[in-house]
Ligand binder design. Structure first.
Ligand SMILES: *Cc1c(COP(=O)(O)O)cnc(C)c1O
Length: 390
């Protein structure tokens, strides 16, 4: 996360949080549009098609803006495919490690492209997909690793994601239109270039039979140091080698990178070996990637511990002992009611929150950079907790 660590600092300072309720996710529509324009520029320069991966960002109140620039969305479940169809429109693509017959019956009514994880899944669902007139593809695994954290590496040993070359025969591909690989996470275009080379080395003999190829997600295209010239060259050269075959990219994180903040308030401060502050947000319930990834979110006007005069351990309001966001220092003492602004919180947060401990989910808002107004689109309460249980 380091390269993108302070992403969105300017955005955060432009948002007036004085009267904002907390906890609240606020996405800046100007920053989102700037990302979308970058992605749209890549489409224009290469002729590729870029889809939003809903897994990473599904704040559907922003979709009227998203649909101006992107061709559609990709989904990892029937529910995401339905959200794409009902709230975004355009092309709907789908992939999951496995689909049940019931799920497939619904998915074929929603998705244009359906990517299966194995030849057995293709054989199982072929009739349903063909009857509905949908385009089917196979996720392949070229086994070339670019991701250091095993939790996010689909190309590692014994991966269940995608079919490896040794498990694939030419007959398995009968009736399929496309090949899909997804082996990247938060990487620059040099990693994509190596992944494409690995894909061609392993599966190049099958590409001429295909109508499309999908390079998956994990491309950090909107990060300031991302080499977009190389991305454009890699896609153009690939298409030139393979008879202008249509290429899809499906970034999630890159769409929303640096576009939103999570605003929280200090609820209490105490001392036990060091100063501690309890916030009205939670690492485990509101930003689980802080613990899962793990990473250290950047907070506006805060520094590493010991750098500024007052160091605090910031913790959440759940009972989990490890619900700690990290240690940070501030210029002045934290007081109850102080607001803290966590940067780069639009992606992999709202889609991953839980109601663990019954804690309230953060409200979801957008900020209009022209009018400077914040619109709260959704507030959560008791029913959202109760309705997940029975
Ligand atoms: C997660 C995922 C994406 C999006 O990945 P990002 O890292 O958010 O760009 C795209 N395609 C597939 C198949 C995925 O699993």
């Amino acid at each position: 996360m380091s390269a993108g660590a302070s992403l969105g600092g300017d955005v955060a300072r432009a948002i007036d949080i004085t009267d904002l309720e907390t906890p609240c996710f606020v996405t800046d529509l100007g920053a989102l549009e700037a990302n979308l324009q970058i992605l749209s520029g890549v489409m224009q320069a290469t002729g590729c098609t870029i889809l939003l991966a809903l897994k990473g960002f599904a704040q559907w109140s922003t979709f009227p803006l998203v649909k101006k620039y992107l061709a559609g969305a990709t989904s990892s479940s029937v529910a995401e495919a339905r959200l794409a169809r009902e709230e975004l429109g355009g092309e709907v693509h789908a992939y999951a490690p496995a689909y049940s017959d019931g799920e497939m019956a619904e998915l074929v009514t929603l998705a244009d492209h359906i990517v299966l994880n194995s030849p057995a899944q293709w054989r199982r669902h072929r009739k349903a997909i063909e009857r509905a007139g949908r385009s089917a593809g196979l996720r392949v695994n070229h086994e070339h690793q670019e991701v250091e954290v095993a939790l996010y590496d689909p190309a590692g040993p014994c991966s269940r994601l995608g079919t490896t070359r040794t498990n694939l025969t030419a007959e398995d591909l009968d009736g399929l239109d496309g090949l899909h690989f997804h082996t990247l996470c938060q990487v620059n275009s040099d990693a994509l270039e190596r992944a494409v080379a690995a894909f061609e080395a392993k599966f190049g003999d099958f590409i001429p039979r295909m109508k499309w190829v999908n390079f998956g997600g994990g491309h950090h295209i909107t990060r300031p140091d991302y080499d977009r010239e190389r991305l454009v060259r890699v896609i153009r050269e690939f298409r030139a080698r393979w008879n202008d075959i249509p290429v899809y990219l499906e970034p999630g994180e890159a769409v929303a990178l640096g576009t939103g903040v999570l605003v929280a308030s200090v609820m209490d401060t105490l001392h036990n070996g060091m100063d501690i502050a309890i916030l009205d947000t939670s690492a485990t319930a509101h930003m689980p990637d802080v613990l899962e990834m793990p990473y250290r979110p950047v907070i506006v006007d805060a520094a590493d511990p010991g750098v500024k005069a007052h160091t605090y351990r910031l913790g959440g309001m759940t009972c989990l002992a490890g619900d700690v966001i990290g240690d940070y220092s501030f210029d002045r003492k934290l007081e109850v009611g102080d607001k803290l602004v966590f940067l780069d919180m639009a992606h992999y947060t709202m889609v991953k929150t839980t109601t663990f401990n019954g804690v309230r989910l953060p409200s979801i808002a957008t900020h209009d950079p022209v009018t400077k107004r914040i619109t709260v689109h959704r507030r959560f309460g008791y029913r959202d907790y109760r309705d997940r249980l029975s």
